[in-house]
Ligand binder design. Structure first.
Ligand code: NOJ
Length: 716
């Protein structure tokens, strides 16, 4: 919400700024790694508005390099005290899923369905980052993605808009806190706006084709939620949609994001994406690229110097209006005021309780790990004799996941360490191999179970890391097979960034824990689950295919005219594919617990509601009974889905509209309640209007998208 006094201050400042100073506010450059007189001079002249702190750590390296506090403060001092108007800098960094304490990768966070915990952990992230002079974190990444070949699927919420909304809110509110001007808060950045996850063939940076209908119903909701949660900045994406790069789309940036969604912070370009308009072929040169971007609504230029080098001439020539320039400056200043940077630009000093951050990270990491299969071998006894196999058993750096600039691999708990720390008298851990030598085979012989830790390198996930093959490697399958042939149970712990096709591995595994890249505390969290100290509770935020050829495969698909909807097992004789079972390996929303639950007694507060009442805020209450029919206390994520049976446009067979993570003691039962209102029952139509259409809705409650406990509702 804009406040009058701040807006007046902004206008006063703008009225005093030279053209060069205005353009300077829109210029983000990499921060220097040491004393740099040329940069200091630019600061004095007011030609730098922001730093991207990309030089203070070695991105993707194993070394963690802490920021140079004295240098950062010196640069703030020059901007605040030696420049003509004393406008503070803003320093941003890719703090994506943790700073020193690294959380699981974002797609794993989505699997937790515990968005309060995510929010709390992100305020720990903010506390760690802000203490290092970081005022702005380039996260959350909110790109809905249906194709796990795309390496960046690891950075976002997965395939569902509702999960995207929840993750957006949790991360934005966690980082920015209740008061973004607090020294321990940092600005969030919702990215990459928009449609980046729809890259053709999963090839990073590639083109996308997204209709307005799909944009608004699938890709936009997470960004809308970020805006509603007060996100201070948004980053545009690299892709084009239907022939228009997002960074040159006035429609997407100004009309949709700023006007329709009401975003009043600033838009920053992604790294060199202004200049890349030349490569994309919509700009002849950097000057045209700068004009297109600024006029479309990109307020700040990240690193490619197109604005600082070209805008002055463009304004003088009238290719960019001074009003457009002022509007961009206004937005940047607004964020700086909201962050309190005019009052406290310097690196703040306070104490942090890193041990508390680590213990929350460990609990969250465990609640992100999805138990896919368990024939009873889990939980393991602490006096078990275990053979520990696979390349991930002793791994540390991998568990930090991609897009982690400051996590120190030496601080990571490996799976082997986690397991060994729990073993009690009589138990033992042997092995740790990737090929089965005679000695290891002998160990297997007298083991109670094999724990097979497999995974993918973090370097094949993230940006520019797409794959064509999602199947598990032959060597990992062979390892599982050999272990199984010894007649002992095999527990697979899968440390992957993206959904993988597990079909060929399945027959050799008695249990499968999808542990993702789980962050600093990952190995401890794996052990917490394997030995039953924590009851698994996560659910897949994305579909796991059987084979790569099935992708894109996602649950919220609409019905085909011939009911050939393999996901839901419809129409067996007309298949989606002839050479593969058409169902997914594991569906969206699926995940096991050590407890057993029964969901029953669905009921609606009323089975019909007048359209007008709904529009006026009327709600339908949906309730169901959740029974824990086991002897273990545990969490269950109860999920609410709807299906709009007949509408003017095709609607998904299932759409998630609510998810409650509920703790139920053994033998106990709880009533779980949801609400359905105008927002949940409506959709954006082709003409961009949002409405609820009268008629029949099916309402489902269950513990995956296969929920079949059903009630019917009519909007009349
Ligand atoms: C490129 C990435 O797409 C984006 O996510 C990141 O924040 C920027 N570079 C800055 O490093």
């Amino acid at each position: 919400m804009k406040d009058r006094i701040t807006e007046e201050k902004i206008e006063r400042l703008i009225s005093q700024m030279t053209l060069r100073e205005k353009i300077g506010q829109l210029n983000m450059v990499p921060s220097p790694s040491g004393e740099d007189e040329a940069v200091f001079e630019m600061l004095r002249r007011g030609e730098i508005g922001a730093f991207i702190m990309s030089n203070t750590a070695h991105a993707y390296s194993e070394d963690s390099v802490s920021a140079d506090e004295a240098l950062i403060n010196k640069m703030h001092r020059i901007a605040a005290e030696e420049s003509r108007l004393g406008i503070p800098l803003i320093c941003g960094r890719d703090v994506i899923h943790g700073h020193y304490t690294v959380l699981p990768i974002p797609i794993a966070l989505a699997a937790s369905f515990d968005f309060d915990a995510v929010r709390e952990c992100y305020s720990d992230v903010a506390r760690e980052a802000a203490r290092d002079g970081i005022q702005w974190a380039f996260t959350p990444m909110l790109d809905l993605a249906r194709d796990p070949r795309w390496g960046r699927i690891i950075e976002g919420p997965g395939e569902d808009p509702y999960v995207g909304e929840k993750l957006a809110e949790a991360v934005v509110k966690g980082l920015q806190g209740d008061d973004p001007s607090s020294e321990q808060s940092v600005a969030a950045c919702a990215k990459h706006y928009i449609g980046y996850g729809a890259a053709e063939g999963g090839r990073d940076y590639h083109k996308t084709e997204i209709t307005d209908y799909t944009l608004r119903n699938f890709y936009l909701p997470a960004f809308r939620s970020a805006v509603d949660s007060g996100v201070l900045t948004v980053m545009n994406s690299f892709n084009e949609i239907g022939g228009q790069p997002t960074g040159s789309s006035r429609y997407l940036l100004t009309e949709v994001l700023k006007q329709e969604l009401g975003f009043d912070g600033f838009v920053v370009s992604d790294w060199f994406s202004v200049q890349q308009l030349v490569n994309q072929g919509v700009a002849e040169d950097e000057a045209q690229a700068a004009a297109l971007s600024l006029n479309a609504g990109v307020d700040m230029d990240m690193s490619d110097r197109c604005y600082i080098d070209r805008l002055e001439a463009l304004v003088t020539e009238g290719r960019v209006s001074e009003e457009a320039l002022d509007e961009a400056v206004r937005r940047v200043l607004r964020v700086k005021f909201r962050l309190g940077l005019f009052e406290h630009p310097y690196v703040p000093v306070y104490r942090q309780d890193r041990a508390a951050h680590m213990s929350r990270a460990r609990a969250l990491s465990a609640s992100c790990m999805v138990l896919l299969k368990n024939n009873g071998v889990l939980p393991l006894k602490k006096n078990s004799r275990l053979a520990l196999l696979g390349s991930m058993a002793n791994e540390k750096a991998t568990l930090l996941g991609m897009w982690c600039l400051d996590g120190n691999p030496n601080h990571v708990i490996s799976i082997a360490e986690g397991i060994k720390s729990k073993i009690e008298e009589g138990g033992a851990v042997n092995g740790c191999g990737t090929d089965l030598s005679d000695e290891q085979l002998m160990h297997l012989q007298w083991s109670d179970a094999a724990v097979l830790c497999i995974g993918e390198s973090r370097y094949v996930t993230g940006e520019a890391a797409s794959l064509t093959t999602l199947e598990i490697s032959d060597s990992d399958i062979l390892l599982a097979k050999k272990a199984k042939e010894r007649g002992i149970p095999v527990v697979a712990v899968m440390c992957f960034g993206r959904p993988r096709a597990t079909e060929e591995l399945e027959p050799y595994c008695d249990a499968i824990l999808y542990a993702w890249h789980g962050g600093t505390a990952a190995g401890g969290a794996v052990a917490d689950i394997l030995f039953g100290d924590v009851n698994p509770s996560a659910k897949l935020p994305v579909t796991l295919p059987r084979k790569t050829g099935q992708v894109p495969i996602y649950y919220n698909v609409s019905s085909s005219g011939r009911f050939v909807n393999g996901y839901y097992g419809e129409r067996e004789h007309e298949q989606n594919y002839l050479d593969c079972d058409c169902t997914p390996m594991y569906p969206f929303g699926f995940g096991l617990s050590y407890s057993r639950f029964e969901i029953s007694d669905i009921s609606l507060s009323q089975d019909s509601i007048p359209y007008e009442k709904l529009k006026d805020g009327g709600k339908i209450k949906v309730s169901a009974k959740l029974r824990n029919i086991s002897e273990r206390d545990g969490w269950e994520v109860v999920q609410l889905y709807i299906r709009d049976r007949v509408a003017s446009m095709t609607r998904p067979i299932r759409e998630l509209k609510g998810a409650e993570k509920v703790w139920v003691e053994a033998g106990d039962a709880k009533t779980v309640e949801f609400e359905l209102g105008f927002k949940e029952l409506g959709f954006y139509k082709g003409d961009k209007s949002f409405d609820v259409e009268k008629g029949k809705f099916e309402v489902y409650v269950g513990n995956s998208c296969y929920a079949d406990l059903k009630a019917e509702l009519r909007v009349i």
